[in-house]
Structures are given as structure tokens and as C-alpha cells.
Design a protein. Structure first.
Length: 423
């Protein structure tokens, strides 16, 4: 798609500046003022909307193959496009689990056929994500973003050490879901005031941070590139901060829902149930502090769709997981940037720059680069209506909330993969 994006407000070097963007053959040809459309090129007036480099989400669940009644690669990536994402990393809790190259190829074939944005799958750390034997990391390495058993913590320290040594040899990242099964005790929401007041079984914070502490020591020993998924507790933030200070090669992510909600906001509804759970007000404050000082490197949605029936059983019995691709940027912009807590520059780092640097996906908004970009009207509010999602998942704690920041256009390699209809 050859086109000229007129009247853009481009975000670069910490601020916005007006300009036009000429796109041809999938790349940004020129960024300047007063450009004219080339013969045969479409001209799109952005009406001074904000233009960012296409976002990168290193933690999504696309559910295919194996669970296409929850989501498909097509619906999940269309949802990502609508949220401003050009790149997503897909988790391996699938059927079959991608623990060999042959099983991974089943997923890759669907990605090649159906994906609307760039999809980078993870390979499993262990066979079947069972924690008993290492998956075939070497064979999968050229085709994956890294290795993860997301949805399950690797319970054995020796198994994690072996995985880290192999990942180090292969130059790949271990992205860890940290959860000590011995500390769960049947819990399903945070072990806090809400759980005690309403008779729910709680998940203690140590079930997360205890395994992070173990893994940080192993990462220091092995020299592995280590990434911590969906950090939710203040202890986790402190452990990672101290590990970075002593030179451990660690990064981490948190999700928009952990930055906006805490366990005081819980309702008896499956749309508030995810793993890890919404923690305390103090944990939320620590996560925001981690964003500000660089301890928390990136925001990832942990987009985890389920069927309506699976999410209709209340806090105790609903499946773990909420969707987030179509609300992530607006939620963080509304609740952290508009009030002046977080700068726009830092927000762009959290949604693009840090993930691009760590995982190698995503390109800057610059001449000669692939035209992977997204356009947002930052002044336009909308009320979150899950029935309008492109994702098959509907469960979100943001349902009914007014947010600012509507995605007008997303391009991947110069192709418009999402464009808001004119009303």
C-alpha cells in the first residue's frame, strides 16, 4: 500500500512534532512537512492524531492450535491490530504444546496463513509444559521469541538451571511464569482483605516472588537472558531492582490491569480473575514505582481469552485470564499519562522501545524503516464495550470504563491492518 499520511503528530525524541509520512513498498520513504502524494498513492488525512511506532506485546495467548473456541490466530491478531500492535509474542500453552520443531510448525503454519500482525511464538521450556524433561530447545531456537512454560511455573530448580544453560548456549531468552505450586493451597484471588472478608481462598504473594528469587540466582549463575512475566507484587519489583543493580541480565513486564486495579476493586465476577491475581494497593504502587525508575521494563497484556461460559462462574470457579489487547494503551494513557504520573516518552518505551531492544522485534518511526506504525486520537474518549471487541474473548475488568485514546489506524509493513470506520 503506497500512501501519504497527512497532518500527523509524530512522537519522537520525547515529544510530538507535525509532519507527513510517505509510505511506499512497505517502508517509510520520507517524514517531512508539506509532502505531496506520489502518483497512484492514497492520501490519508490524520487530522493531527498521534503517530507512534507499532507496539510490541511480548505476552499474548492466541489459543490456536488446540483451543480455537476461545480465540484464533486471526481474531487475536485483528484484536492486536486494533490495539495498535505490530508485533506480538504468542505463549505455548496450546495443544499440541510446541515442544518440538514439528509441533511448533503446526502453529507456524497457521500464523503464516492467518496472522494480521507479526506473530513470534514461544517454544515450551519443558515437554508438554510438565516440568519433567527439557523440550527440544535447539531445534526450535531459530523460530521462536524465546522459551516459556507460561501458565505454569517450572517447579524444579535443577530443571530451570538446565533450561537456562541451554538457552544461554542458544542465545535465547527464558520468559518465566513464576509460581510455586506448593504455596497455592487452592487459592484463586489475592490473599488479602477482600478474600478474607468474602470467604475466598487466597494466593499468597510469596508464590510469585519466591520463585523469582530462585530464578534470579540461577540467572546470575548461568548468565542466561531472563525475563519475568506478569510481575504483580512489591517484593517481586524489589528483587528485580536489586538483581539489576548487581548486573543480572533480567527484564520484566507487568500488565495494565495490575496498574489500574487492586484487590479493593474486586467484584464477584470472572472478569476480575486472572493469574497472578490483582494484588494490594501497596503492590500496585510498587509496580508504578517500578515503571518510573526502570525496574519494570515493559507493559504486556497477558491477553488470555476464554469462552463466555468459562468466565461466567464467579471468582471461585471461572477460568483464569482476561483480555487486554484492545484496551491496553488507552488504559495506561488514561490512568497514568493524563494525570501526569508517567511521561508519554516512558509510555512509548513501555509499549515499544524496551520490548524491541530486549526481544529484537519492532522498528523505530524513521525513514527507511518498515512502515509499522499506529495512529491514536488521544483526545477521544470511549466507553469499553466488550461486545464490540474483535477478540473472541469478552472478559475484562475495564468493561464499562471510560478511557481516552482511540486507535484510528495500524499499519504493518505498509499495509493497513486496522482502520477505524468513519462515522
Amino acid at each position: 500500500m503506497n500512501c501519504l499520511l497527512k497532518n500527523a503528530m509524530l512522537f519522537a525524541e520525547g515529544g510530538f512534532r507535525p509532519g507527513d509520512i510517505s509510505v511506499a513498498e512497505g517502508r517509510i520513504v520520507s517524514i517531512s512537512g508539506g509532502l505531496s502524494a506520489a502518483p497512484g498513492a492514497a492520501s490519508i488525512d490524520l487530522h493531527h492524531a498521534a503517530v507512534f511506532p507499532g507496539f510490541v506485546d511480548v505476552h499474548v495467548h492466541l489459543r490456536e492450535p488446540g483451543f480455537s473456541y476461545k480465540e484464533t490466530i486471526r481474531t487475536g491478531t485483528l484484536s492486536a491490530a486494533r490495539g495498535g500492535y505490530a508485533h506480538v509474542c504468542a505463549m505455548p500453552n496450546l495443544d499440541p504444546v510446541p515442544d518440538t520443531l514439528a509441533r511448533l510448525e503446526e502453529q507456524l503454519a497457521v500464523i503464516r496463513r492467518d496472522a494480521a500482525v507479526n506473530v513470534h511464538p514461544y517454544g515450551a521450556v519443558t515437554c508438554g509444559e510438565k516440568g519433567e524433561a527439557l523440550a527440544d530447545l535447539e531445534a526450535m531456537a531459530p523460530h521462536v521469541a524465546g522459551f516459556s512454560d507460561d501458565g505454569r511455573g517450572v517447579q524444579s530448580g535443577e530443571m530451570m538451571r538446565a533450561a537456562m544453560l541451554e538457552a544461554k548456549r542458544l542465545g535465547k531468552i527464558i520468559a518465566a511464569h513464576c509460581e510455586d505450586n506448593n504455596l497455592l493451597r487452592g487459592g484463586y484471588i489475592h490473599d488479602g482483605a477482600y478474600a478474607r472478608a468474602h470467604g475466598h481462598r487466597g494466593i499468597c504473594s510469596e508464590s510469585e516472588w519466591g520463585q523469582i528469587a530462585r530464578d534470579l540466582e540461577l540467572a546470575a549463575e548461568t548468565g542466561c537472558k531472563y525475563h519475568v512475566c506478569h510481575v504483580s507484587t512489591k517484593e517481586s519489583v524489589d528483587l528485580i531492582r536489586r538483581a539489576k543493580a548487581r548486573g543480572v541480565d533480567v527484564t520484566c513486564e507487568t500488565g495494565p490491569h495490575y496498574l489500574v486495579f487492586c484487590d479493593e476493586d474486586l467484584q464477584e465476577d470472572g472478569r476480575f480473575k486472572m493469574n497472578p491475581p490483582l494484588r494490594s494497593r501497596e503492590d500496585r504502587a510498587a509496580l508504578i514505582g517500578g515503571l518510573l525508575d526502570g525496574t519494570v521494563d515493559m507493559i504486556a497484556t497477558d491477553h488470555a481469552p476464554h469462552s463466555a461460559e468459562e468466565k461466567s462462574r464467579g471468582l471461585e470457579k471461572s477460568a483464569m485470564g482476561v483480555v487486554g489487547l484492545e484496551t491496553a494503551f488507552a488504559a495506561v494513557y488514561t490512568h497514568l499519562v493524563k494525570p501526569g504520573i508517567l511521561s508519554m516518552g516512558r509510555l512509548v518505551e513501555l509499549f515499544h522501545g524496551s520490548a524491541a531492544k530486549r526481544f529484537g522485534f519492532g522498528t523505530p518511526l524513521a525513514e527507511g524503516q518498515p512502515a509499522d506504525l499506529t495512529v491514536f486520537d488521544l483526545n477521544k474518549p470511549f466507553v469499553v464495550d466488550p461486545e464490540q471487541f474483535l477478540s473472541m474473548g469478552r472478559a475484562t475488568p475495564f468493561s464499562g470504563m471510560e478511557l481516552y485514546g482511540v486507535c484510528k489506524l495500524t499499519m504493518v509493513a505498509g499495509k493497513a491492518v486496522w482502520q477505524e470506520e468513519k462515522r
